[in-house]
Design a binder for this molecule. Structure first.
Ligand code: RB5
Length: 148
């Protein structure tokens, strides 16, 4: 599985932590789209880069991070085909996959510590979309993009 990561400066440390964590997993290829240091950056630039990477299927899923996760979640969902979900703990990640078929996990570097972040990522990776009635709803979200 290919997983792309992107963060702004406020979540640089969380991104670095998760990059190392994911690189140790079998069958995972990590693509680090930046930022690469703690210098101030603008999260929409990284949201765009990561969203387009996932949308064009260069990665299977993305993990987007900023301080609160709010800016990244607003911005990444502007990219066609992206279903980004801000998840602060594992149960949110579980339902983001099961019910919403999220393809981008959005995380908050200033709110979620490293252990909780690992558990949240693991839950996201191990949970499948349930389909059924949830597919009908997710398809309705996709159809909203046709009119943009
Ligand atoms: C950067 O200071 C901060 O605004 C950003 O990381 C994020 O929290 C925005 O939503």
């Amino acid at each position: 599985m290919k997983i792309s990561l992107a963060s702004d400066h406020a979540s640089f440390e969380l991104k670095e932590h998760l990059r190392k964590y994911l690189e140790n997993k079998k069958d995972v290829e990590v693509i680090d789209l930046g930022t690469y240091n703690k210098e101030s950056t603008d999260y929409p630039d990284y949201a765009k880069k990561l969203g387009e990477h996932v949308s064009s299927k260069e990665s299977d899923i993305g993990i987007a991070m900023c301080g609160t996760g709010l800016g990244m979640s607003i911005a990444v969902n502007k990219v066609k085909g992206i279903r980004g979900a801000l998840c602060l703990y594992p149960t949110m990640a579980e339902y983001a996959r099961k019910h919403n078929n999220a393809n981008v996990l959005v995380m908050a570097g200033r709110l979620t510590g490293p252990d909780l972040a690992e558990w949240t990522v693991d839950k996201f990776l191990e949970t499948e979309f349930e389909g059924g009635r949830h597919k009908r709803r997710v398809d309705k979200i996709s159809s909203m993009e046709d009119n943009l």
